[in-house]
Ligand binder design. Sequence first.
Ligand code: MRU
Length: 350
Amino acid sequence: MTTNYAGLQSVIWNDDKLDLLDQRLLPEEIVYLPLTTSGDVWEAIRHLKVRGAPAIGISAAYGVVLGSRDELSVEAWLEQVNKQAEYLATSRPTAVNLFWALDRMKSAAARIANKDLSLEESKAALLTEAIAIQSEDEETNRLIGEHALSLFKDDMGVLTHCNAGGLATAKYGTALAPFYLALERGITLRVFADETRPVLQGARLTAFELQQAGVDVTLICDNMAGMVMSKGWIDAVIVGTDRVAENGDVANKIGTYSVAVLAKAHGIPFYVACPLSTIDLGTPTGAEIPIEERGAEEITEGFGKRTAPQGIKVYNPAFDVTPNEYVTAIITEKGIVEAPYNVNLRKLFE
Ligand code: MRU
């Protein structure tokens, strides 16, 4: 099915380079950075020029292609692909899509190297794999949107946190996909976007992309979520995730856990939308998910001026873990999964 979605594409493979939308500059400036090396891609991921779990994975896949173009034999090329994948894996720790995409690139390269192709053919085949990762994500998100939309009715108020939209993926997003489909089908959803301190993905990105599309979106500060819930304005919460553990614990942008607790206190369903590539059956519980900590300046100078005393101690975890008992359902491209997650998530992969 085709849709009218016309959001900005965050990752574009352009002939022989990667054009990456610099998400740090949004919403004020729309700038595409031409990336030509895997080092460029590592730096872009690390410094949030590209962010959001699926977009990080897609970019890293192209990063492997960029980092393995100069080799002179198929053997050296394969070795370089593996090296570049290990290198790109050090860019950020929490989103499992990064490691999923890099593993997929390594497996593809190993298969390709066994095929008796020329060096140029091998390189082209690996690029095809990266392009497939990106285009599959698009279709996956559309399916997630269809499943998520089945949970929403006309005129519902839905709160979201961070940005799990088109900007964070190949297209449509995960948590934001149902809003785009609703728009096309004449279903009105009133979206509330948490601003998402300290990096403001909700204000800069979610509010921006939903407003551009014509979705009814209201921006609130993170500390207003309880208030709007108590007013009865919120019928459901939907968020994305960076990694779902085997038991259904969910790592997502810092502040998600607070929203989940608030939702439970108000009897509001809390939904998590993600592709299967975000479900990590190899991580038993949320306690084993590595949580990235970022620089103090995101908190002390996040608004372009100093807002805290010099020398202040700062704790800045970029993600938190929402325990599975707060998660009403996990929405994937293969359908909607409820507890017991340790049984039902596994079934998705059968
Ligand atoms: O630090 P970020 O901006 O990469 O964090 C992004 C999130 O937490 C998203 O909710 C998550 O990656 C899902 S994106 C579909």
